[in-house]
Design a protein around this ligand. Structure first.
Ligand SMILES: Cc1cc2nc3c(=O)[nH]c(=O)nc-3n(C[C@H](O)[C@H](O)[C@H](O)COP(=O)(O)OP(=O)(O)OC[C@H]3O[C@@H](n4cnc5c(N)ncnc54)[C@H](O)[C@@H]3O)c2cc1C
Length: 481
């Protein structure tokens, strides 16, 4: 697409030259996704200061028929923010916390506030904003909502979707929908905000949100547990959920290979348990009550599990520093996988009861396809969500391994589909899973998605080529960079 001088002149006049980037070196960081898997192209990057400027940019682009690709922190893992032409609309300068209301238990923030800053603003008001991801220092709340982000606190508090009460959205024609309500109950017509949550910039541009806050837990207990296998992990999960209910705030699994590479690549990390086990769980209880410390409740629940023969061994953090050290074994997993060479990722979910079957079937199928391949299946077990990642065989060429991405996707996604699961649990569809969505989605659902897209963005200008494409296919996927 050639640059439109009139469009760029209009944007520059309104936003200022410093906030309409056209020099290749200024635009470059906005063209590539976080792992460098794809590189796109764009005529410019616009950085509005507020919702009115964002609406101006979208309206001018609509007139000029120029596509608009929203970007928050650009930490997305499915190449959803990588532009395939058109204009990148960075929300980073919409970074104000508009209001915090402890009585309503709400916070109103602009789309460009980082997740860490939303958490910090809630904390200063003596409250909790529970969404928590390893990328929270750089991802932005508009991006979190646009991807319906998950993370480590979903078990107790839900996904981003469950945490939103109201939205302000710039529509494809540049009009602004003010849906910034702070209501816990509102059945007045269709619930429009949920159309935009998880729509990955394809239906509208989120400029602000009213979010739910929660009482801050007064204590937490963290345990690292050795188990025979995933079936034992499932039994332990049910045992802890029965005893703790809402106070069970995390249940993450780590496979033996995952623990091995975290210990290998994390300076100062020590094995948490004396012996090796078939699988491991990182469990957390939290409590808002002064008379019921979480660590004591976790200790009692784990003692019961040991007595029942569900657990082989367990250790509890004896201080907040030890709790953090145990959590680091889980949180560092994505990072250390990079040190083991190429990794083919799957972010999938199945009903909880089918997790052991999924893990066994998918592992066997992948190992049979490529001897020496190392399965690193970890993550949010309590949500039924596994990051089923495949590390390359030792010594294999990285690029040759990554060239097998689609082949392994098909194997793993077929297993997920057969078990009634989802091929996109928390990272979304973007570009990477666009064709997989078409393959695995019920035709009626796909038709409804396409109709929604056509109704809200009739000219196909919002993040074209991502998530759902018109029947017959969209533009070809970008080549890997
Ligand atoms: C180390 C690491 C750990 C991660 N852990 C998790 C995890 O545990 N759980 C999880 O869910 N994700 C995780 N992610 C993925 C990523 O951080 C999330 O998807 C996050 O929500 C993206 O936010 P962002 O601001 O970076 O969005 P971006 O990457 O900028 O954009 C993502 C998508 O949303 C669209 N978009 C962005 N802002 C807006 C807006 N204001 N309005 C409309 N559309 C918009 C973009 O067009 C794009 O399609 C992780 C990523 C990394 C790098």
């Amino acid at each position: 697409m050639s640059a439109s001088p009139d469009l760029l002149a209009a944007l520059t006049e309104r936003l200022g030259a410093a906030h309409v980037l056209t020099a290749p070196e200024d635009v470059a960081p906005y063209l590539v996704e976080t792992r460098g898997l794809h590189r796109g192209h764009a005529l410019a990057v616009a950085r509005p200061a507020d919702a009115a400027e964002a609406a101006f940019v979208v309206a001018r682009c609509a007139e000029a028929r120029v596509p608009v690709v929203a970007q928050g922190g650009n930490t997305g893992l499915v190449s959803g923010g990588v532009p395939q032409g058109g204009l990148v609309l960075s929300l980073a300068r919409l970074d104000r916390v508009r209001a915090v209301d402890p009585l309503d238990a709400t916070i109103t923030v602009e789309a460009g506030v980082t997740l860490a800053d939303v958490q910090a603003a809630a904390d200063r008001a003596g409250m909790l904003f529970p969404l928590s991801l390893a990328s929270e220092g750089s991802c932005r709340i508009g991006g979190n909502l646009a991807t319906n982000a998950g993370g480590t606190a979903v078990l107790a508090y839900g996904n981003a979707r469950d945490l939103v009460l109201g939205l302000e959205v710039v529509l494809a024609d540049g009009r602004v929908w003010n849906g910034l309500k702070a209501l816990r109950k509102d059945n007045a017509g269709y619930d429009l905000k949920h159309l935009f949550v998880g729509s990955e910039g394809t239906l509208g541009i989120i400029t602000a949100a009213v979010l739910k806050l929660f009482p801050k837990p007064l204590s937490r207990g963290v345990g690292f547990v050795g188990l025979a296998d995933p079936a034992a992990a499932l039994a332990l999960f049910a045992h802890l959920r029965d005893r703790a209910g809402h106070d069970l705030t995390a249940f993450e699994v780590i496979p033996p290979f995952g623990l091995e590479i975290v210990l290998r690549h994390t300076p100062g990390a020590t094995p948490p348990l004396a012996q090796a086990h078939g699988t491991y769980a990182l469990v957390e209880f939290s409590s808002t009550r002064t008379d019921a410390p979480a660590a004591a409740a976790l200790e009692a629940a784990l003692a019961g599990a040991i007595e029942a023969g569900l657990v082989e061994d367990a250790t509890l953090g004896a201080s907040e520093a030890q709790n953090q050290a145990l959590w680091a074994l889980r949180e560092n997993l994505s990072e250390v996988q990079r040190r083991e060479g190429g990794s083919i990722k799957h972010d999938v979910s199945v009903p909880l009861s089918r997790l052991p079957k999924f893990l066994a079937t998918a592992t066997q199928a992948c190992e049979a396809e490529m001897p020496g391949l190392r399965v690193c299946a970890f993550g949010h077990f309590g949500d039924g969500n596994i990051h089923f990642n495949l590390s390359q065989p030792v010594g294999m060429d990285r690029a040759a391994f990554l060239a097998q991405w689609s082949r392994f996707n098909r194997i793993v996604h077929d297993v997920v589909h057969a078990l009634g699961g989802s091929i996109a649990a928390e990272h979304g569809i973007g570009l990477i899973k666009r064709d997989e969505l078409t393959r695995y989605t019920d035709p009626v659902a796909l038709d409804l998605m396409r109709r929604l897209k056509a109704a809200l963005d009739p000219d196909g200008l919002l993040n074209p080529g991502k998530v759902v494409v018109p029947e017959g296919g969209g533009p070809p996927a970008l080549p890997s960079s």
